[in-house]
Ligand binder design. Structure first.
Ligand SMILES: Cc1ncc(COP(=O)(O)O)c(C=O)c1O
Length: 390
């Protein structure tokens, strides 16, 4: 079956957050992580059927929706979960915030590895908890971002309660290996930390030699202290439908998590459940075609940077996600985001991810090739316009 990943959708003037940011400027938005692709036909069909019902009451997932998610975890990753472990959520960021509030007291600390998706850093702070960040180390010889285990040990204090892990990791696009995950789980157990593993990008692995390993599955002895966060949103491009879930095997932990959501966290909607079921059960051929498109975009991005964008580097392979972490320090720009915007490309500012100011930007290549090519052409012009670089 052929799926269309080439047509450039017209999102200008729509409710798209990504496109509204530059509504009155000719700037191609390659920032926030949604893709400029239509969702899988199976999702669109299921939503159309659901809308035709015309009744949109408060929703609870039906068995077929839960089965679709549970079966996807079993068939893709060999992870067997009990359906009662699932807590449905309207978003993963919400899950990070709830976790911080439920399992750390004000003033207590939450660890994470940087650079990282900004809500990992802001979620604890939103409710008076403290975010403690430990930078990855770039092993340039091996072209790999590595965990600084010594710094991690040193970062632990009597107030540390939680570890927020991002696997696969946004923005460095790294898939953690079994030995790393086991070591992280052991580290958490040794320091009596709860491990919250955000696996929203797990269905977007681009390196076919690397399996996604759910943290709670590879470290079963520590599963009782693990909260896993997942969603169909990134993979099937339905983040605007607000449907995600936490998997919490331990019943006491789950009860505490659910209590922290009471009266504050909105319910998932009927349309969100419909999309979720069609995503996990009926959209696998589309996902495989998407992965082929993303791999091709990724390879094209690497080749174009090398050929046409001196001073812009990706320092390690992109193993997963549709996000590229670009080192632009050599360009010597005080404001790389402003510079690229002024040449018509909107990127994410690395500073929000905990990177040194002005050194990194993030580029979203989840778009048709024509969009990516035009953005890269504009970026090459932006680099050439820097005095001394023409
Ligand atoms: C690691 C990670 N977690 C969570 C989210 C967002 O989750 P949600 O939209 O469900 O709040 C993103 C979005 O880019 C992400 O990259």
């Amino acid at each position: 079956m052929h799926f269309d990943f080439d047509t450039v959708p017209s999102r200008l003037g729509t409710d798209s957050q990504k496109w509204q940011k530059y509504a009155n400027r000719d700037v191609l938005p390659l920032w926030v992580a949604d893709m400029d692709f239509r969702s899988p036909p199976a999702i669109i069909d299921a939503l159309q059927r659901r809308v035709a019902d015309g009744i949109f009451g408060y929703a609870r997932p039906v068995k077929s929706t839960v089965d679709a998610a549970v079966n996807a975890l079993a068939s893709r990753y060999g992870w067997s979960i009990d359906p009662t472990w699932i807590v449905w959520l309207p978003g993963l960021v919400c899950g990070l915030n709830v976790t911080a509030q439920a399992f750390a007291a004000p003033g207590e600390e939450v660890l994470c590895l940087t650079p990282v998706y900004p809500p990992f850093i802001t979620a604890p702070k939103n409710s008076g908890r403290v975010s403690v960040t430990v930078p990855f180390i770039l092993n340039s010889t091996a072209a790999r971002w590595e965990i600084d285990w010594d710094a991690l040990e040193r970062a632990v204090t009597p107030r540390t309660k939680l570890f927020f892990l991002c696997n696969p990791h946004n923005p460095i696009a790294r898939v953690f290996r079994r030995d790393e995950l086991v070591r992280i789980a052991d580290f958490c157990a040794r320091h009596d930390l709860l491990l919250c593993s955000d696996e929203i990008h797990c269905d977007l692995i681009l390196d076919s030699a690397l399996p996604h390993l759910p943290t709670a599955m590879v470290a079963p002895d520590h599963a009782a202290r693990t909260i896993t966060l997942m969603a169909p949103s990134k993979t099937y491009n339905v983040p605007g439908l607000g449907t995600s879930f936490a998997i919490i095997p331990d019943s006491a932990l789950r009860a505490r998590f659910v209590r922290a959501t009471a009266g504050i966290v909105a319910e998932v909607t009927c349309l969100g459940f419909t999309a979720c079921e069609a995503a996990y059960r009926d959209s696998e051929p589309w996902r495989q075609a998407l992965l082929a498109t993303l791999r091709s975009n990724r390879d094209h991005l690497f080749a174009t940077l090398e050929k046409s964008l001196p001073g812009v580097r990706i320092e390690a392979p992109i193993e997963a996600t549709y996000l590229a972490w670009l080192n632009v320090a050599d360009l010597g720009l005080a404001d790389p985001i402003g510079h690229f915007e002024s040449h018509g490309v909107g990127l994410s500012d690395g500073a929000f991810f905990g990177a040194p100011r002005s050194d990194y930007v993030r580029l979203n290549f989840g778009c048709p090739r024509a969009t990516l090519d035009e953005a890269l052409r504009r970026m090459a012009a932006a680099v050439a316009a820097i005095p001394g670089r023409a």
